[in-house]
Write a protein that binds this ligand. Structure first.
Ligand SMILES: Cc1cc2nc3c(=O)[nH]c(=O)nc-3n(C[C@H](O)[C@H](O)[C@H](O)COP(=O)(O)O)c2cc1C
Length: 346
């Protein structure tokens, strides 16, 4: 299992929207962790280019994350009402709202690509692929990871044949990886979720959500995870493609909240005006609302952008990604030793 071969038990979370660059993924993999590219919102050709660039920067294993298409039915009337509501936002930023289109984010083309390229690790979010997909990937030499947010989802993913699971607690920045876009949105925190998932399945686990330092990494390893996946802690690294407005918003103890306002799927971001004003009205309609709000999010106003961030965002450092990986690993080791000593001395 690839997770046991890492010299640092650190996975850099895939972050769509331009954050996960080849430079970031390669820096993390070269430092002994597992770097990830994010295929979401990109064309298959653009992902192919990113794979090629990453391979020029590292000989170490890396991963790619793919969005599983959302097949839930969308309430057309609720979506139209939400579009009308956003007309005032469009006037405010002097932009034209796009049509709230549906798409499958080039699912088939991306699956074919990762098989052809034999990408070492392929992870999924927003659902669990069919067992045949996971088998084909394994036969192509890819280790498969499915993101889960409940013990029920973990059972489904393990039964489908996933090689490992990414267990995502509610603390996590960005989209919840939940299989279904329905209410109520599960808000189980990472530690109780790790316990529930460990009790349900025996596949290796990667823990994600709100982790920000070596002590947190040690905590999830003790709780049974083979590795810790961090996203927000890499947002401020120079190698990340994070939008400058997003980057600048990370310091400070601003609260975060889960919202469908920006994309139509629950995601955690820093609380800003748009999130406060539209969360209650936003229907479950993904990726329709993602397309609808794109021009608003691109206007550059921090009060109208999706500032995805986990609950510990203020600890994001501007240090190179390799330093972040090494410090997390060293901090986890030190915390484990210190805790064992303190315990035995007591
Ligand atoms: C800006 C941003 C973008 C993200 N994009 C993705 C993505 O494309 N695919 C995915 O599986 N998870 C994505 N996530 C969620 C991460 O995989 C992970 O669960 C999360 O970052 C962990 O919480 P943390 O940010 O508190 O470390 C994203 C997170 C952030 C902050």
């Amino acid at each position: 299992m690839i997770l046991d071969q890492l010299s640092q038990p650190i996975v850099q979370a895939p972050m769509a929207g331009g954050v996960s660059t080849p430079a970031l993924a390669a820096a993390v993999s070269n430092a002994g962790g597992l770097g990830f590219l994010a295929a979401g919102y990109r064309t298959a050709d653009a992902v192919r280019e990113q794979i090629a660039t990453t391979r020029t920067l590292t000989a170490e294993p890396f991963g790619i994350n793919i969005f599983v298409p959302d097949t839930s039915t969308v309430d057309g009337e609720a979506l139209a009402t939400y579009r009308e509501r956003l007309a005032a936002e469009a006037r405010r930023y002097r932009v034209e709202l796009a049509d709230p289109a549906d798409d499958d984010d080039a699912w088939a083309a991306k699956l074919a690509l990762v098989q052809e390229e034999q990408v070492p690790v392929v992870s999924f979010t927003f659902g669990c692929p069919d067992p045949t997909v996971l088998t084909e990937l394994r036969e192509a030499g890819c280790t498969t990871v499915v993101t889960v947010t409940s013990a029920g989802e973990a059972l489904t993913a393990a039964a489908a044949g996933a090689d490992a699971l990414c267990v995502q607690g509610t603390e996590a920045g960005g989209h919840r990886g939940t299989f279904h876009n329905t209410d109520p949105v599960d808000d189980t925190a990472l530690l109780p979720l790790l316990r529930k998932v460990s009790a349900a399945v025996t596949v290796p686990l990667i823990a994600a959500g709100g982790l920000s330092g070596g002590r947190d990494v040690a905590a999830v390893l003790v709780a049974g995870a083979r590795a810790a996946q961090l996203g927000t802690m890499f947002l401020a690294c120079p190698e990340a493609g994070t939008n400058p407005v997003h980057r600048a918003s990370l310091p400070g103890d601003r609260p975060t909240a889960v919202t469908r306002a920006f994309t139509g799927r629950p995601a955690r971001g820093l609380v800003n005006r748009f999130l406060v004003e539209h969360t209650a009205a936003a229907p479950a309609a993904y990726p329709h609302i993602h397309h609808l709000t794109k021009v608003l999010r691109q206007a550059g106003d921090p009060e109208a952008m999706s500032l995805w961030a986990g609950q510990a965002h203020e600890f994001a450092r501007t240090a190179p990604a390799a330093d972040v990986v090494r410090d997390l690993g060293a901090g986890a080791r030190a915390a484990l030793t210190e805790t064992a000593l303190r315990w035995s001395a007591g």
